[in-house]
Write a protein that binds this ligand. Structure first.
Ligand code: COA
Length: 155
């Protein structure tokens, strides 16, 4: 069992390399280093010593919706439950924040469906979700699949 921890700014370079390694293979969207710096408080990491072997981010979009993004586990560390632990950490934080809807845009819907996420029409997502998309190189031809998950939260 690995330890999921909040990212530190000194992890950003390695997170950037990890995410963009998979982005170059077309498996996820690229992130710039400045985006990672600006959103460093969103990120969780899993480390082996000083090496970042996995990361994921939970980004608050609005009062009732958060996004899980940039989920990446180094190839030599996959299939050991780390992705699972990262999603659990994101869902836990969303619940603690009292935010009921979690969504993601991904090329790996089956991975998220295992946790109870359901595919939705992207157009069903609130408009606020799309503000970030203008910066995406794929905009407006988004080919990712949208999924949502509903949490029970205290009012
Ligand atoms: C997808 C990814 C995050 C999974 O990470 P991982 O650490 O290997 O996942 P885990 O070991 O925690 O696997 C958890 C479960 O998900 C399943 N799973 C893993 N990858 C999957 C995939 N692509 N599709 C469906 N199920 C998947 C595993 O079989 C496992 O199921 P089990 O508990 O029944 O055995 C990892 O393969 C990765 O980083 N891929 C490249 C980047 C990427 O595609 N990110 C995802 C979306 S943004």
């Amino acid at each position: 069992m690995y330890r999921v921890e909040k990212a530190r700014i000194s992890d950003a370079d390695q997170m950037h390399k990890l995410i963009n390694y998979f982005a170059d293979k077309g498996e996820m969207l690229a992130r710039s280093l400045s985006e990672i710096y600006e959103n460093i408080r969103d990120y969780f990491v899993v480390k082996q010593g000083e090496r970042v072997i996995a990361c994921a981010a939970l980004h608050v979009m609005w009062s009732d919706i958060v996004e899980i993004k940039s989920v990446a586990v180094a190839e030599d560390s996959q299939e050991q439950g780390i992705g699972n632990q990262l999603i659990e950490a994101c869902l836990k934080e969303a619940k603690e924040l009292g935010i009921p809807t979690v969504f993601c845009l991904t090329y790996k819907p089956a991975f998220f469906e295992r946790f109870g996420f359901s595919q939705v029409d992207k157009m069903e997502l609130p408009q606020k979700v799309w503000t970030e998309c203008y910066r995406c190189p794929k905009f407006p031809n988004c080919d990712e699949i949208a999924l949502t998950y509903q949490l029970e939260v205290e009012a």
